[in-house]
Design a binder for this molecule. Structure first.
Ligand SMILES: Cc1cc2nc3c(=O)[nH]c(=O)nc-3n(C[C@H](O)[C@H](O)[C@H](O)COP(=O)(O)O)c2cc1C
Length: 343
């Protein structure tokens, strides 16, 4: 018997557990179509950035104002420029077009700076037909005057405001950098989020020694990046009242199976698709399906969470209990090539 791959995420019925997360391949209709054809059960569009919209608006305002200061009377007219679509307009068109073209859910992603901006654009995304909204929360708590409570309150206020403004499902893509992540996850769900995406990937700046400048850098993930979200999905499964999506380090079908075993309702992938193309989704699905059949699982839903912290015989393994053992094992494995251990 072939296992049933269907699953539920954010209250949406999905054909399978592989979702294409936000990235360049989800920003174009042609690659979106290829992702659907390969079996992606939903797509998350790249984020709409509030600061980009504001920058474009300022730029357009400057263009409209050009020349108006040259003559006194010039201040009374504005040059007749054609209506230019803004980044937000183009994004809303992408949402509407993707919804029309695809039969799978299209999740819009929003990265805001101000509470007003989050609410305004969330409302517009919902009106454009988005099946759900993923809030890409990228808050850097860099100001020493900010307390953990202030940062968390800011996050919860955003979620509450967006929740009050739209009726479609909301997911919140969290960063792993909270001192009490479990509590934050629960509070975000309590504020009305239908799901959490673990995790947002912070891109770290790099120092260029040639130019002596600090430059942004973006590397694709590796399979080693799976461990952090895997642990937290395992810990939070069945403990927070919302869906869980794993994002980070899913490169092959085995990574996907691990994410589902830990308790993700869906696993998301971007880097692997950028390396191997949208059709890689087909390989991921085929691998998951074969593994389920070979291991006598009837469905993805049956698999989901069967190795979460609450389901394994030694729950401590998700927390600290093996820390010492792991360090000792690492020493025994790596040190002997440099020293004689009996010395
Ligand atoms: C080139 C690139 C662009 C991305 N753009 C976005 C984005 O616009 N919004 C967002 O929330 N995440 C964005 N991401 C992050 C991915 O959605 C994903 O969370 C992250 O890459 C970890 O998953 P992975 O290991 O499967 O790549 C981007 C990632 C890459 C590599």
């Amino acid at each position: 018997m072939t296992a049933n791959l269907r699953c539920r995420y954010l209250g949406l019925d999905l054909t399978g557990p592989i979702v294409a997360s936000a990235g360049p391949l989800t920003g174009r209709l042609d690659t979106l179509q290829r992702l659907e054809d390969a079996g992606a059960s939903a797509v998350v569009l790249p984020s709409l950035f509030e600061e980009e919209i504001i920058a474009t608006a300022f730029h357009l305002h400057d263009m409209h104002g050009q020349g108006t200061g040259v003559f006194a009377e010039a201040n009374s007219y504005l040059p007749d420029l054609p209506e230019m679509p803004t980044d937000a307009d183009r994004y809303l068109d992408l949402v509407a077009d993707a919804r029309e073209r695809l039969s799978i859910p299209v999740i819009a992603s929003l990265n805001g700076m101000s509470a007003g901006g989050w609410v305004r654009y969330a409302t517009e995304l919902a009106q454009a037909g988005a099946s759900a909204i993923e809030l890409n929360v990228y808050l850097m708590a860099a100001d020493p005057a900010d307390t953990a409570a202030t940062v968390e309150d800011r996050l919860l206020d955003l979620v509450l405001a967006v929740r009050a403004a739209v009726a479609i499902p909301i997911a919140v893509k969290l960063s792993p950098y909270f001192s009490a992540l479990g509590n934050v996850a629960e509070a975000v769900a309590g504020a009305g989020a239908d799901g959490l995406v673990l995790f947002n990937r912070f891109y770290q700046p790099e120092i260029d020694l040639q130019t002596l400048t600090v430059v942004p850098s973006l590397d694709l993930s590796t399979q080693a990046d799976l461990r952090l979200p895997l642990r937290w999905i395992g810990v939070l499964h069945n403990r927070v009242p919302c869906s869980l999506a794993l994002s980070g380090g899913v490169h092959n079908w085995a990574d996907a199976v691990k994410g589902l075993l830990a308790g993700a309702d869906v696993v998301m992938t971007t880097s692997a698709l950028l390396r191997l193309g949208p059709e890689h989704v087909r390989e991921l699905l085929r691998g998951v399906s074969t593994w389920l059949d070979e291991n006598d699982y009837e469905s993805v839903e049956q698999l989901c969470g069967s190795m979460s912290q609450q389901s394994v015989p030694d729950p401590d393994v998700y927390e600290r209990s093996n820390y010492l053992k792991v360090l000792r094992h690492g020493s025994a494995k790596y040190l002997p090539q440099f020293v004689r251990l009996e010395d």
